[in-house]
Design a protein. Structure first.
Length: 116
């Protein structure tokens, strides 16, 4: 009986590994930028943003597995720049960067999300 249970556990483990998807990122050329889209294993979008000369550039948006936005970031030539928003269930943190340095943090309530 122990052998049968062990066999079943091993079978289920390896079956679940083989079923798991490995969704490759998608890269699209848009003018002088490359749009990058990364995915969760379930196929939902995980993150979308741009590269310029192989450096992060412009707006990057991160999602949770349910498709809700969890962060909005901005980059200039690979460095953190401008307003960032980190979004949780009840709060939004507004972070301000200048030349890759954090200079200000503000906490907002969830109902202020429409201001972003």
């Amino acid at each position: 009986m122990k052998v049968l249970i062990s066999f079943l556990l091993v079978f289920v483990f390896f079956t679940s590994i083989s079923i798991a998807q490995n969704v490759e990122p998608k890269f699209e050329k848009q003018d002088n930028l490359t749009k990058a889209t990364y995915y969760f294993d379930n196929g939902n979008i995980k993150e979308v943003g741009f590269f310029k000369n192989e450096k992060l550039q412009g707006k990057w948006v991160t999602y949770n597995q349910d498709g809700k936005i969890t962060a909005i970031a901005n980059y200039q030539n690979g460095k953190k720049e401008g307003k960032w928003f980190v979004i949780s269930k009840d709060t939004i943190k507004e972070l301000t960067y200048k030349s890759n340095k954090l200079i200000e943090i503000k906490n907002m309530k969830g109902n202020e999300l429409s201001l972003i």
